[in-house]
Design a protein around this ligand. Structure first.
Ligand SMILES: C[S@@+](CC[C@H](N)C(=O)[O-])C[C@H]1O[C@@H](n2cnc3c(N)ncnc32)[C@H](O)[C@@H]1O
Length: 330
């Protein structure tokens, strides 16, 4: 994780009695297990928000950063000059944008939970690229309009909205931005929200730059599987306290779509499951430019491509630039 963010969150936690922090996290987990969409903010006060920031922000940051990095590979010469983060909460996506494209830009974070915005502003003081960010109250709904911007991010928000509000948000983002990046939990429900938004963005004239190598329909038969990826997140002392165990990290599963009106070169194919490494061969499950899923086996006789397959990770573009095949891949 970004070192400045990690120390800003550690400092935040140092100011909270451990019992209070653990209690707020437990309340938060219980709330998120409850009915969504909600009619009022779940993040009601500073303890809720501090718990959210310490407990969830490292994971949402890493998920958004992975999505943005995949997008940046498809549009390598582009840097956003302005960014609006809708349902931005404590600003995880703003940190992920500055980690992907360093430097200053106009940044606006919109959310209906004032305590989240206040804490986001406080944490962002540690990041020079976010010093001038605007943290504004806004309710997502049919009245939402967004100022024109290069990039809109919507991370871990769609699942908290009713269907009409999800549609209004995606339409407002499509009307305002050149590029829209949407991230949700890597669950069947999160994936379904992402696909719904992806279809809407394509209908609005956007092209998918990542993760899909194409802008055709998703080849996954609804209900049989869900497209998702994984980002490694270091665990904080609060994680260990709440969840027990001694693992130094956990894997955040997420689904996403990054769509744009810019000229983009999506990956030729993407690795959509953890590669299986066997003796002398690697099995890769790929989503391909032709809009279909295919398993390929890369063996030692493929030379450099085999070396690349051994290094390939779930979520990577395939084949990586420069990897050459010694023979046909089945
Ligand atoms: C799970 S948090 C995600 C926060 C942040 N985007 C992240 O990735 O860490 C969901 C956020 O959406 C905001 N939200 C939910 N419904 C909203 C609505 N109708 N209008 C504005 N914000 C909303 C919540 O207040 C909360 O900050």
């Amino acid at each position: 994780m970004n070192d400045i963010l990690r120390s800003a969150l550690a400092e935040l936690l140092a100011g909270l009695p451990p019992k209070q922090a653990a209690g707020a996290v437990e309340r938060l987990i219980a709330n998120y297990r409850g009915e969504t969409p909600t009619t009022a903010p779940i993040l009601r006060d500073r303890a809720d928000v501090a718990a959210y920031a310490a407990y969830r922000m490292p994971a949402t940051f890493e998920a958004v950063r992975s999505a943005l990095e995949a997008f940046a590979e498809a549009v390598p010469d582009w840097t956003p000059g302005s960014h609006v983060d809708v349902g931005g909460g404590t600003g995880a996506a703003t940190w992920a944008v500055t980690a992907t494209w360093p430097g200053e830009r106009s940044v606006t974070v919109l959310d209906w939970a004032e305590p989240a915005l206040a804490l986001g502003r406080e944490i962002a003081a540690a990041n020079p690229a976010l010093r001038d960010a605007r943290w504004q109250r806004a309710r997502i709904g049919s009245a939402l309009t967004l100022d024109s911007t290069d990039l809109v991010t919507v991370s871990y928000v769609l699942n908290e909205l009713a269907e009409a509000d999800r549609a209004a948000l995606v339409d407002a983002a499509a009307a305002a931005a050149q590029t829209v990046v949407i991230v949700e939990a890597g669950t069947p429900a999160g994936y379904a929200r992402v696909i719904e938004a992806r279809d809407r963005l394509i209908r609005a004239g956007f092209r998918v730059a990542a993760p899909c190598p194409h802008s055709a329909a998703c080849p996954i038969v609804p209900g049989t599987d869900w497209c998702h990826f994984s980002a490694r997140v270091s665990r904080s002392s609060l994680h260990r306290q709440v969840k027990g165990g001694s693992l130094a990290y956990e894997d955040e599963k997420f689904s996403y779509v990054a769509a744009t009106r810019l000229p983009a070169e999506p990956a030729p194919a993407r690795v959509v499951r953890r590669p299986q490494i066997r003796k002398g061969q690697v099995l890769l499950d790929l989503c391909e430019a032709e809009g279909q899923l295919r398993r390929t086996t890369v063996t030692k006789r493929h030379g450099d491509l085999y070396k690349a397959a051994r290094d390939a990770d779930w979520g990577d573009a395939w084949p990586p630039d420069g990897a050459e095949s010694g023979g046909p891949v089945s």
